[in-house]
Design a protein around this ligand. Structure first.
Ligand code: CMP
Length: 143
């Protein structure tokens, strides 16, 4: 079963949107298998955004993501990476369609509320950067 790493960014936590964001993925039928509120370190942030190192917005992105707590999660489901990114919406807020989290709640690109892994490889790397294996639960849903 596919897994992905989703993270409500500091702007989402500050704005009190954690619950509403989680609901979007629950409504879609995806399954939450790990979650915690964390204040991430600069080193952890740089590992998370390693692919963006050298880009003009890298330093400000690291400052932003370490500016307050984030809500880190692991979700599971068939095609969960593609489906969760559809729920999230496009990175650029000017392209994020209404009905998506960013389309409905975000007005400035760096402050786009939530991160979602873009590939299986990124998901496994990002999950390992935030969670110990024992923090990820395996349970069945009967209701
Ligand atoms: P995320 O999906 O977490 O992946 C990389 C992040 O970099 C992205 O969301 C934005 O928060 C940020 N980002 C991407 N493009 C830009 C940009 N042009 N200017 C500032 N921040 C950006």
């Amino acid at each position: 079963m596919e897994r992905t790493f989703l993270m409500v960014k500091p702007d989402g936590v500050q704005r009190g949107l954690v619950g509403r964001i989680i609901s979007r993925f629950e409504d879609k039928g995806l399954k939450l298998i790990a979650g915690k509120l964390v204040q991430i370190t600069e080193e952890q942030a740089k590992r998370h955004y390693a692919e963006h190192e050298g880009k003009p917005f890298f330093e400000s992105l690291v400052r932003f993501i370490t500016s307050g707590p984030v809500f880190a999660m692991v979700w599971q489901g068939d095609d969960v990476i593609t489906l969760s990114r559809m729920v999230i919406g496009k990175t650029q807020v000017t392209e994020a369609l209404p009905g998506t989290i960013r389309g409905d709640f975000a007005a400035h690109t760096p402050f786009n509320l939530i991160h979602g892994s873009d590939s299986l490889e990124s998901a496994e790397r990002e999950i390992a950067n935030f969670f110990e294996p024992h923090e990820i639960l395996n349970y069945s849903r009967s209701i």
